[in-house]
Design a protein around this ligand. Sequence first.
Ligand code: URA
Length: 240
Amino acid sequence: MAERLQKVIAHAGVASRRHAEELISAGQVTVNGSVVTTLGTQVEPGDQVAVNGVPLTKEKLQYFLLYKPRGVITAVTDNKNRKVVTDFFEDVRERVYPVGRLDYDTSGALIMTNDGEFANMMMHPRYHIDKRYVAKVEGIPTNLQLQPLREGVRVDGRKLAPAKVKVLSRDNGGKRTAIVELTIHQGLNHQVKKMFKQVGFPVIKLAREAFGPLTLDGMSAGDYRKLTHQEVARLKEMAE
Ligand code: URA
């Protein structure tokens, strides 16, 4: 099957799709020995693609679920040398990167892959993949006080899609906190924290317990596991 040149380069793990486009435009890419600068050029499986004279070898597509611990940045590098999610994948030959992001102080389920197409599908708001979070919040909300979250609260001037919300426990002691489960399918920056802040219950601690059908059952913070073919297929199906 013919594929777009920038996609082939991105899949080989040499560059992101955007960077691949820049390499092509800059004349650094050859197909069967000839420089190609047209974005979207179709290449066939047998074609020899090279970047700066180095032939591509196609990477195997890999899909993992990481139980991201708190205190780790969702990025592939950090200029302050803090721990990043790719540090957990040093034994994996392919260059995997995170699908979406979890905050530095948020733990939980994070997909890591080198399949750019799949990553886009998982992140696009058009595709409704539920993410389930558990938050410890300051204060003890009544069901009524959380109702705006169920109806679609307004954050940064934008009305969000309705969330599923359930109070799991209330601590009426000295600290006055509650544990609340929240399921959303959007993935805006700091969305969960902003949603709770909006209704007056700031998040103290946040964890993502599920990404679609993927849960952290049997895993500890810092563990990762390969997704099964069925899980990958199921996620693609959900996104379609
Ligand atoms: N919402 C947040 O506020 N933080 C996260 O890490 C994920 C969702």
